[in-house]
Design a binder for this molecule. Sequence first.
Ligand code: ASP
Length: 351
Amino acid sequence: MKSRRRLWSLFAALGLAASAHAAGPVLVIHAGAGAPRKDMPPAREKAIRAALTQALLAGYTELKAGKPAIDGVTAALVVLEDDPLFNAGRGSVFTHAGTLEMDAAIMDGYTLRAGSVAAIDHVRNPILAARAVMEHSSHVMLVGAGAEAFARSQGLAMESDAWFRTEERWQQLQRALKEDAAKQPHGDEATAKHFGTVGAVALDVDGHLAAGTSTGGMNDKLPGRVGDSPIIGAGTYANSDCAVSGTGWGEFYMRTVAAHAICMRVTQLRMPIARAAAEVINQEIPAMGGNGGAIALDERGHIAIPFNTDGMFRGWIDGSGKPHVAIFGDEDDGTGEPLPAPAPDDAASGR
Ligand code: ASP
C-alpha cells in the first residue's frame, strides 16, 4: 500500500511537470501601462482590443504549430509594432529633439541567449533587429547607427520617417515641450503616466519560455536616453522558470533590475510568480517613486500581470485557444490568479 502510494506520488510529480506542457502553449502580451478610462473613447478602446487580439492570435498560431516560444513572442510583437496605436515601431513617441529612438530586446529562456538594440531609427520592426543580434552576431546589444547598419545588413525592412510618425505622438510631444518650457525640463509628468511599450512572454509546447519587449521609450526623453526595455534583466528577462516583460517608468525598472529580480525570486526562492511579480512591481518600484506594470509567466503556465497604473493594455491565450483581453484596472483579465498576500512592506525602510 505504502509503495503504491509512493509510486502514485512519483506519477503525480511527473504528471505535474507534464501538465505544464499539456497546458501550453501560453502567450501573454502587454501594450503598455496607463490608460485611464476617461481618456479612452469607445472607438479607440475597440481598436485596441482588436489589435491585442490580433497579436495574441499571431503569436499563438506559431506556438500551436509547435514553434519555439521565441517565435510566438516575435510574431505577437511584430503585429503590435506595426500598429500605430502603440508606442513601439510605428507610432513610437518622439524625443525632446523630435527624433525617434526605439529600443527592443528578446531573450530565449531555454538557451539564455539574448539580443537587444537601443536608440535605433528606420528599422520597421526593432524586435526583429534584436532577434538578429541574438542569432546572427556574437553580441548581446547594439545601439544607434551601428545597430541600424547591422539591421540593414541582415536584410530587415526599413521605413521612412513618415511610416513611424503619427500626429497623436507629435502632439503629445508638443504638449510636453510646452510643459517643459513652463516648469521642469523633460519632466513630461502628464504623459509619463501613459506609456505604451509592447511586450510578450510565451511558453511553448516543449515547456520553454521566452520574453521580448519593444518601445519608442518615453515621450520627450533626452536624445540618447535608453530605457529598461532593451536592458536584459531590467525590462526583459527569461530563464527556464520564468519570463518577464515590463512596462513603466524605465529608470526605476533599471534601478531595481526588475525583470531579473522577479525571475530570481521564482528560481532561487521558489516563490510563486504572482507574488514575485507583485513584490517587485507593486512594492519595490513604487517605494522608490516609480510606477508601471509587467507580464510574467512561469514554466507551468502560471500568469501574473501586476500593475499600479490606472490600467494596462494586456491579453493572454493558452491551450484552449481563446484570447482574453483587458485594459482597465477594474476589469477582470481572467488570469484567475488570486492577489498575492502582501509581502513585508519595505517602503518604510526609505530605500
Ligand atoms: N519602460 C519604457 C521606457 O522607460 C516605457 C514604457 O514602458 O512605456 O522606455
